[in-house]
Structures are given as structure tokens and as C-alpha cells.
Write a new protein. Sequence first.
Length: 187
Amino acid sequence: MADIVLFHSALGVRPGVHRFADGLRAAGHTVHVPDLYDGEVFDDLEPGTAKRDALGIPEIAQRAAAAVEELPAGLVYAGFSLGAAPAQLLAQTRPGARAAVLMHGALPAEAFGTPWPSAVPLAVHGMVDDPWFEVDVARGLVAAARDAELHLYPGSGHLFADPDLPEHDAVAAATMRERVLTFLDRV
């Protein structure tokens, strides 16, 4: 079983994040859910991205690094949207990463000044017509990794896995969850 750090989106640690983490726990995994937003939770992206901008990306990255500082190596880093960035950063730069699962977001490997580590498996999930998810960037990242999967879902919903949001897609969310569990079983 995997020891997973699951980072939230720009909406904060919503109940949907806890439900996803609980689903991973039910499959036998240990899941840590750091709160990078000091308890603030949002229902739509405008105030959530305003919070992100007020903190700044360097502060978010610092908070993410601090959240895993006392955890052992061998972690799977996972994240939703904004949370995909610290998950990717830590998977690429913190020694001993076991794998990464990026949902609704991905950055070019070059964004962190280092290539994707050859020993770190990667899975990226997003909707093909999501205006916040750059499919070409995700394809490039997957191509840069030795062991990588790209899962594209039909539709345009961004945080489609969150059952409390209007863009929720039950079929895509269930498929993504099963693919994440299969990936975790493999790594």
C-alpha cells in the first residue's frame, strides 16, 4: 500500500477532497491531506484563485514542502488542479518520491529546473476540453517520463471529481478513481 500526500485545489480542502482521500484509505492506503489555505474553503474558482494569488506560488510551494518535511521518503504525491503543482514539484525535486498523480493540472517538467525523474511513475488525469487543463502540456510531461500514463476524459469540467460542484461528472470521477487505484496498486 502507498503513503500518499494529497494536495487540494484552489478551492481548499473541500469535503470532496476528504471523500477522495477516504476512498484511497478504504483501499488500504495512508493519505495525508495538508491544508495550504489555513482552513479557508471556497465554492468557486474566483475567490479560490484570489486566495492563491494573495499567498503567492512561492508561499504555496513552501507550505507544501513544510507539510511533508517530517514524512518519510517513498511518498506518492497527488494533487487536484492547483495541488497538482506542489505534487509535481515534490515528485520531481524531493529525493525518494515513489510516484505522482496529477489531476486536473500539470506543468512542463522544465518548470522546476530538472527533468522528470526516471524512477518516478506518473499518472495525469484531465478533461480534454477543460479550459484550465492544458492537454498539450500534459502530453509533453508524460512524454518526458519513462513510466507515465495520460488519461483524458470527454467534457470540459475542471474539478469534475468533486461531487459538490456543478461540473461534477460522476462517470469520469468514478473512472478516474478506479484508474488512480489501479496505478497505486502497480507502483
